[in-house]
Design a protein around this ligand. Structure first.
Ligand code: ZN
Length: 190
């Protein structure tokens, strides 16, 4: 697939002063939000779009907390947040809301996805290799609680994993428990 790349622009945000660059892959437009110098090992957060969490402040998940923590981290230590447009673990917004409706009836996040005919997680990370290669990044510290993300990247060496500690709230406790107990996330480190 042909990937169209934007020019570099400045992006001052409430979390810091960044550079931003867009990557258009078919209908999907991804972002690299970054702060230089990268150093030999670059701090990288791979964040999948979550409109309800990132923009609306939904308490059903911890996406916005993770995004904010990552942006603050790279403001302080330099690095990059790759913002991937794969809403709802890549099932799309409409399907995600249907999954939420099933969760309202008592299904957990994995059961709800299965009932709609999807895997628990439909995300892919090929574009991440493309973006990192584009910036000449070969070694990264990955900001994640998800050990599976460590294995998904082909063109870079993951030197270390930087955990993102998020305090649970009354609405996302079940979501975080499924992540931890059934999806192998590591959520207890301080
Ligand atoms: Zn979310």
């Amino acid at each position: 697939m042909k990937i169209e790349i934007s020019n570099i622009a400045n992006l001052p945000s409430r979390f810091g002063k960044y550079k931003i660059k867009a990557f258009k892959e078919g209908f999907k437009e991804h972002l690299a939000i970054y702060k230089e110098p990268f150093g030999d090992v670059t701090n990288v957060r791979i964040h999948s779009e979550c409109l309800t969490g990132d923009a609306i402040g939904s308490l059903k998940c911890d996406c916005r907390d993770q995004l904010e923590a990552s942006l603050k981290f790279i403001e302080e230590h330099s690095g990059m947040v790759i913002y991937l447009r794969q809403e709802g673990r890549n099932i799309g917004l409409l399907n995600k809301i249907n999954a939420y409706a099933l969760q309202d009836k008592g299904l957990d996040t994995i059961e709800a996805n299965h009932q709609l005919g999807f895997k628990a997680d439909e995300r892919t990370y090929e574009i991440v290799d493309f973006i990192l290669k584009h910036f000449g990044i070969t070694k990264i510290n990955l900001l994640t609680n998800n050990p599976l993300k460590l294995m998904g990247l082909k063109c870079v060496e993951v030197i270390a994993r930087v955990p993102i500690v998020i305090e649970p709230n009354e609405f996302n406790e079940g979501y975080l428990r499924v992540k931890k107990e059934q999806m192998g996330h590591i959520l207890d480190e301080k």
